[in-house]
Design a protein around this ligand. Structure first.
Ligand SMILES: Cc1ncc(C[n+]2csc(CCOP(=O)(O)OP(=O)(O)O)c2C)c(N)n1
Length: 375
């Protein structure tokens, strides 16, 4: 008996797929390892760029397939319609449909459950793959994608992968510290995981509004130290810095954003806005563990070629720092800032296994609203 992943790979091979791209979802982490091992594969920073990359590959005669989570459709619908559909280019979308089967993250429900309606509204045909037995329906549709130059979405329930093989993604590399090398200051390599960085930062969050990145960062921060002034993101990847910027502009409060490398790479333009409009009451701490930690620690490009401190400087931040050890982190958090700051905290990959935050989204919102409305 074949694993479901093997069956899907065989369908892709049978239809002549020869170009793939992906942005991870935890539910398909083993599938993504197999996709990368069997086809030319581009790991993405944002789902939308995958639409462009696959369009380019299709123009060069390839048969592209894109792998993503249902939330990612929200990031790419314009490109899908005004590029792929408009120019009649082929694209197979393999979507990990969240919110429909044993979902633990409520924020996955709006995009996950609403996905079929959204696709219908956009005129994108789809096939539900809700059980392993549905995998046999893929091949025929996939052949049509490339024969008729169409988009087709395969909505894959997490139920499909039950009892599947467990494959680990390649180990993430530690984030690169170009700035330190350029400046000739032999800064240390990461020594703490995200949990260790958060433990070190936590005392400095007292009395501040905090916006914390989705997934493990929020769970870890909640368990290290909870305050009602913490806005824990449960979804909306890439929005930590914009939310924090909005609070800092609208409330007379000190604001700390805890962002991540994968999330900053998904929405880097916001650094320009934050650098231009953020004030001294805003500090962005980007915990760079060189990976999409919350979805299986797939490597991001900060482990090979991107230095996020340099990126922030390029976008206009004048006060930046790169920190790795506890002492450096404490020193920088203690310092009073006179303008908006970007702190690049290098970390080792890895998560602390913790239960979900026992607060629902409305309770989180109310507590933050209350905090921000007091003088
Ligand atoms: C638009 C979108 N695409 C993909 C995901 C799945 N996802 C959730 S968290 C995450 C990784 C975030 O990585 P990073 O910001 O580096 O934080 P880390 O978990 O490593 O601390 C991903 C890919 C998502 N929630 N939304």
């Amino acid at each position: 008996m074949r694993y479901p992943e093997e069956e899907l790979i065989a369908a892709l091979q049978g239809s002549g797929v020869d170009f793939t791209a992906s942005l991870p979802c935890e539910k398909i982490k083993s599938l993504l390892v197999m996709v990368a091992g069997n086809f030319p594969h581009v790991p993405l920073t944002r789902e939308e760029e995958g639409v462009g990359i696959c369009a380019g590959a299709a123009l060069a005669g390839r048969r592209p397939a894109l792998f993503l989570q249902s939330s990612g459709i929200g990031n790419m619908i314009n490109a899908l319609l005004s590029l792929t559909a408009f120019y009649e280019l082929p694209l197979a979308l393999f979507i990990s449909q969240r919110g429909i089967y044993r979902e633990k993250i409520e924020a996955q429900l709006p995009m996950g459950k609403g996905l079929p309606k959204l696709l219908r509204g956009a005129g994108i045909p789809y096939t539900l793959i809700h059980a392993k037995s549905d995998l046999s329906r893929i091949r025929k549709r996939l052949d049509e994608v490339y024969r008729k130059n169409r988009i087709h979405a395969f909505l894959m329930s997490p139920a499909v992968w039950e009892g599947s093989c467990i494959l680990e993604p390649p180990a993430a590399l530690c984030p690169v510290a170009h700035t330190s090398r350029v400046a000739g200051t032999a800064r240390s390599q990461p020594r703490l995981t995200r949990f260790g960085v958060l433990e070190t930062i936590a005392p400095f969050l007292e009395g501040r509004a905090v916006v914390c990145n989705l997934g493990f960062p929020s769970k870890e921060l909640f368990h290290i130290r909870h305050q009602p002034s913490h806005f824990y993101m449960l979804g909306s990847m890439g929005m930590a810095t914009p939310i924090g910027l909005g609070i800092s502009l609208a409330a007379d409060k000190e604001v700390v954003v805890i962002d991540g490398d994968g999330s900053v790479l998904m929405n880097p333009g916001t650094l320009a806005t934050a650098a231009a409009f953020g004030g001294p009451n805003l500090t962005i701490v980007c915990i760079d563990n060189g990976s999409y930690g919350s979805t299986g620690s797939q490597p991001t490009l900060t482990g090979s070629c991107v230095d996020l401190e340099l990126v922030a400087r390029g976008f206009g931040f004048r006060q930046t720092a790169k920190v790795a050890g506890k002492r450096e982190i404490r020193e920088i958090m203690r310092k009073k800032a006179d303008r908006v700051r970007f702190i690049h905290a290098l970390a080792l990959p890895g998560n602390r296994d913790l239960p979900p935050i026992p607060l629902d989204h409305i309770a989180i919102k109310r507590a933050v609203l209350d905090y921000l409305s007091t003088g």
